[in-house]
Design a protein around this ligand. Structure first.
Ligand code: FAD
Length: 289
C-alpha cells in the first residue's frame, strides 16, 4: 500500500440520473445533504449505448453549477467517436474537469449499437487524451475481484495497465467487502509499476436481495458470513441496516488506516446510508486516522 499513501485522500458520491422530475427533486435533496459534508466531487452514471445521454448531461450540469465539482461517467460501447467528441466538447465548455471513462455494458437486446470504434475503456481514454489533451482528469474502473469477463487474473491486470498507460489519472474500484482483495490488487499494481490513486468504491448495505442481484451481475463477492447474517434477518430491515452500517464502516476504517487514497460511495441516490458511514468514520473535516 506504500504507493497509495502518497496520494491526497479524496471523497466522492456517485448518483444515477433520475428519470422523472420527482426523482430529480429527490436527488436535489440528497445532493444538499451530501454537499454539506463538502466532498471533493459528485459523479453521475451514464447508460451504456447512450440510453441516459440527455439525463446524464442535465444532471451533471445542474449539480456542477451548484458548487460541487461534478464528473460525468461516459461509456464508449456502441458510441461513435463523433458522439463522444461532442459530449467532451460540451462538458469542457461547461467547465467540467473530470470524466469517469468506461466501456459500459450494453443492455441485452441492444446489439452492438452499430459502432465498434471504441471497443474498450483504454481506447476511450486514448481518444479523450487525443481530443482534449490534458484538460480532463480521467477516472477509470478497477476490479479487485476481477472483471466478470476477464479471461484470467493476469489479463485483467494487463488491461487495467492499458488504461493507465493510455492516460488515466486515477481509478475507482468496483465495490467489494473483503479488504484483502483490494490490498492484493494494489500490491499487484505496485509490482507492475502502476502509480495512480486507486480509490475503493463503497456500496452501503441496505437491501439484501438487491445487493445479491447486483453482485451476481458485476462479479462482486458478498462474503459468506455477511450473506448468512443478512439472510438470517429476513424482512427485518432495521437489523439489516444496522448490521450493514457496521460492516461497511469497519471496511472503510480498515481501508483508510492501511492508506487507501479516499472513498467513492455508490449512493444509489440515497443520502442516509453513505452519510451514516461517513459520520461513523468521523470524516466531518475529512481528517481522520
Ligand atoms: P474495460 O476496462 O474495457 O474492461 C472490460 C473487459 O474487457 C474486462 O474483462 C477487461 O479485462 C477486458 N479488456 C479491457 N481492455 C481490453 C483490451 N484492450 N483487449 C481485450 N480485452 C480487454 N457502466 C455503465 O454502463 N455506466 C456507468 O456509468 C458505469 N459506471 C461505473 C463506475 C465504476 C467506478 C465502475 C467500477 C463500473 C461502472 N460501470 C458503469 C460498469 C462498467 O461499465 C462495466 O463493469 C463494464 O463491463 C466494464 O467497463 P470497464 O470500463 O471496466 O471496461
Amino acid at each position: 500500500m506504500e504507493t497509495q499513501k502518497q496520494f491526497k485522500r479524496r471523497f466522492s458520491f456517485e448518483f444515477f440520473p433520475p428519470k422523472t422530475q420527482e426523482g430529480m427533486d429527490k436527488l436535489q435533496a440528497v445532493r444538499d445533504q451530501l454537499a454539506d459534508r463538502n466532498p471533493d466531487f459528485f459523479s453521475v452514471t451514464y447508460g451504456a449505448g447512450g440510453s441516459t445521454r440527455e439525463r446524464t448531461i442535465d444532471t451533471v450540469l445542474t449539480l456542477h453549477k451548484q458548487g460541487i465539482s461534478t464528473a460525468p461517467h461516459l461509456s464508449c460501447v456502441g458510441a461513435t467517436k463523433e458522439s463522444v467528441a461532442e459530449l467532451l466538447d460540451l462538458y469542457k465548455e461547461n467547465g467540467i474537469q473530470r470524466i469517469v471513462a468506461l466501456r459500459g455494458d450494453l443492455p441485452s437486446g441492444m446489439g452492438t449499437g452499430g459502432s465498434v470504434e471504441l471497443r474498450y475503456a483504454n481506447e476511450l481514454v486514448e481518444f479523450i487524451r487525443e481530443h482534449t489533451g490534458d484538460h480532463f482528469s480521467i477516472e477509470v474502473a478497477a476490479y479487485p475481484e476481477f472483471h466478470p469477463q476477464a479471461k484470467n487474473a493476469e489479463d485483467d491486470l494487463r488491461n487495467f495497465q492499458r488504461k493507465v498507460e493510455a492516460g488515466a489519472t486515477s481509478a475507482i474500484t468496483q465495490y467489494f467487502y473483503s479488504p484483502e482483495a483490494y490490498f492484493y490488487f494494489i500490491e499487484r499494481c505496485e509490482k507492475a509499476g502502476l502509480n495512480i490513486p486507486i480509490v475503493p468504491g463503497i456500496m452501503p448495505i441496505t437491501n439484501y436481495s438487491r445487493l445479491a442481484r447486483f453482485s451476481d451481475m458485476c462479479g462482486a463477492e458478498i462474503p459468506r458470513w455477511i450473506r448468512k447474517q443478512l439472510e438470517a434477518y429476513g424482512d427485518d430491515m432495521a437489523s439489516i441496516v444496522k448490521f450493514g452500517d457496521e460492516v461497511v464502516t469497519r471496511l472503510c476504517e480498515e481501508l483508510l488506516k492501511a492508506g487507501a487514497p479516499g472513498l467513492h460511495f455508490y449512493t444509489l441516490n440515497q443520502a442516509g446510508p453513505s452519510l451514516r458511514v461517513w459520520d461513523n468514520l468521523g470524516l466531518g473535516d475529512k481528517i481522520s486516522f
